[in-house]
Design a protein. Structure first.
Length: 149
């Protein structure tokens, strides 16, 4: 019985390592494909009124508020640009700090730095790996070293 539990601890530990390595590989592939390699914290300096998008027009909204954000690019240049997505009521407040990702070659092209589906899968792989490593370690400590077996 204890040999089976010892083997189970090894399998759990190896699965944990594999899940963790898969998370690292997934992260590197995602980062290589991401056109927005620059990272910064932008400040909302203005809410510019404008026309709503199609979904807003269909909902009967007449005005959208687009946040104008400023941030420093990696080359030290101050970028002041209106974000492409607006809303009514405004989703941002003047003075609010917002993490952004931007194109290093054209910093005017930026997006919010919110985790997407890929980043959530990456975190899931990391946590699954950690869980399997911990389960394998506990199983080994309890049964492999014959503490309970």
């Amino acid at each position: 019985m204890s040999t089976m539990l010892e083997n189970a601890s090894e399998v759990l530990f190896v699965l944990g390592i594999l899940f963790t390595v898969a998370g690292v590989i997934f992260r590197e592939i995602r980062r290589a494909k991401d056109p927005y390699k620059g990272r910064a914290v932008a400040t909302v300096v203005e809410l510019a009124p404008g026309k709503p998008d199609r979904a807003g027009k269909e909902a009967g909204v007449h005005d959208y508020y687009y946040p104008v954000m400023t941030f420093y690019a990696s080359n030290g240049r101050l970028i002041r640009e209106r974000y492409r997505k607006g809303s009514n009521p405004p989703a941002f407040r003047v003075g609010e700090k917002v993490p952004v990702r931007y194109d290093a070659e054209k910093p005017e092209r930026f997006t919010l730095n919110h985790p997407g589906k890929e980043e959530k899968v990456e975190l899931l792989l990391y946590f699954a790996g950690l869980l399997f490593i911990l389960a394998g370690g506990v199983c080994y400590l309890l049964f492999g070293l014959r503490i309970l077996g």
